[in-house]
Design a protein around this ligand. Structure first.
Ligand SMILES: Cc1cc2nc3c(=O)[nH]c(=O)nc-3n(C[C@H](O)[C@H](O)[C@H](O)COP(=O)(O)OP(=O)(O)OC[C@H]3O[C@@H](n4cnc5c(N)ncnc54)[C@H](O)[C@@H]3O)c2cc1C
Length: 381
């Protein structure tokens, strides 16, 4: 394990940070209030190469290894205060691009990956249903094969990028009697007949990342758009979730570092009882705890990314890194508010939004409870 960065990696990290600081932060507070997606920022990220970071150059990506990818995402998360925009980018990368790269046919990859890397089309995945969240494999949406098509019926909820997505991996069952083994993934284009997007869902945090319910009413999907084989949906989803858990919170490590620095600055500047509040040990210890959480999260992120790139099984590490970073992020955001006092509770401080954004990380890609359930079972319990 070698985490000494090359000059090239360091330059890329610095460039991503400077790009984010300069290009992605205008008007975030207003967009958060209006639940508005930053399409211009999305395109700028794509032009920088973010969307295609882990995708081979032949398909329009940057061809970066996993460690470089998470390091660049960490820098992006440090520089960009729009956690919703970054979440949308992550959903696009980890739930669509990477599964497509690993399970897609040559034709599917050639057709979609360049468009996904260039940000021309927006993607995501749709697994969760109103009756199946943590118990994802109990989904009810069906896919019936009719000659050269599958006909999908059912609905999905909480789909990130759902209202703006052009291409979504939709999970459905071709045979309910097979349980999880009957599940199959489909590349569903927005304009396929019988596909309908519901009203956008308003969220507590990550409000600049659009989310919607999706409906399938005899939705016709060409057989060519099946992702993987008919019985491979379970492993496709498990693979997709593993990448998601391992990498989706890289930007959160950057966000935590930003919160730490902002809190240190505030603790130095804010005076009470005739001295800087950072001189009070009860305040200083919160900052030290924040620093411990950032460092612990970063180490876990790099270790998991490195392991992921070796091709070894990382189910345990991916569950643990997701759990570690999400819980640390929430606690860092809580501490940052406490250190900022009443000002931290005000929208203008831009600290309260960080807590709202961070909280979602304990829910998506499997809740904290589910990460613990997975880890316990992989520990033989
Ligand atoms: C911001 C955000 C983005 C999302 N994006 C997507 C997306 O793009 N695509 C998609 O398909 N889904 C998405 N989801 C849905 C997400 O995956 C689910 O919300 C999550 O898996 C939990 O499912 P649920 O909400 O139905 O909760 P439930 O499964 O109903 O869980 C409710 C509570 O019970 C607990 N619980 C459930 N089972 C167990 C158990 N076995 N042991 C212990 N505790 C348990 C849970 O941890 C939770 O606390 C997103 C969710 C959020 C919040």
């Amino acid at each position: 394990m070698d985490f000494a960065w090359s000059n090239e990696q360091l330059e890329l990290r610095e460039a991503a940070k400077n790009f984010a600081l300069a290009e992605l932060n205008d008007g975030v507070r207003e967009r958060d209030q209006r639940s508005e997606f930053n399409l211009e920022g999305w395109r700028k990220c794509a032009d920088f190469g973010i969307h295609g970071l882990p995708i081979p150059v032949d398909y329009g990506g940057m061809g970066a290894d996993t460690l470089t990818t998470v390091a660049v995402l960490e820098s992006l998360g440090y520089g960009c205060v729009d956690n919703g925009l970054i979440f949308s980018v992550n959903a696009h990368m980890w739930t669509l691009e990477v599964p497509l790269l690993n399970f897609g046919s040559k034709e599917q990859k050639a057709r979609y990956l360049p468009l996904l890397c260039s940000g021309t089309i927006i993607g995501g995945n749709a697994m969760t249903e109103s009756g199946s969240g943590s118990d994802a494999y109990s989904l009810q949406t069906t896919a019936e094969r009719r000659r050269d098509k599958y006909v999908l019926n059912g609905s999905k909820i909480f789909v990130s990028n759902g209202s703006i997505g052009d291409l979504i991996v939709v999970y459905a069952t071709t045979d309910r009697s097979l349980g999880p083994n009957g599940i199959c993934g489909f590349l569903v284009e927005r304009n396929f007949s019988g596909f309908q997007v519901g009203k956008p869902l308003e969220k507590m945090g990550l409000r600049t990342s659009p989310m919607a319910e999706l409906f399938f009413d005899n939705c016709e999907v060409p057989v060519d758009n099946r992702l993987g084989t008919e019985r491979s949906g379970k492993s496709l989803f498990a693979h997709s979730m593993n990448w998601e858990r391992a990498c989706i919170l890289a930007s959160a490590v950057g966000a935590m570092q930003r919160l730490l620095e902002k809190s240190i600055q505030y603790a130095r500047d804010r005076k009470q009882f005739g001295q800087a509040i950072g001189k009070f040990q009860l305040v200083a210890s919160k900052i030290v705890d924040m620093k411990m959480r950032v460092d612990q999260s970063r180490a876990a992120l790099y270790q998991t990314a490195w392991l992921q790139s070796t091709g070894k099984s990382t189910f345990l590490e991916a569950a643990l890194v997701k759990l570690t970073i999400s819980e640390n992020w929430v606690r860092c955001a809580e501490d940052a508010i406490q250190i900022h006092g009443g000002y931290g509770y005000m929208v203008e401080s831009e600290v309260e939004r960080e807590l709202r954004d961070a909280l979602g990380s304990k829910l998506y890609s499997g809740t904290s409870e589910i990460q613990r359930v997975i880890a316990a079972s992989l520990l033989g319990l």
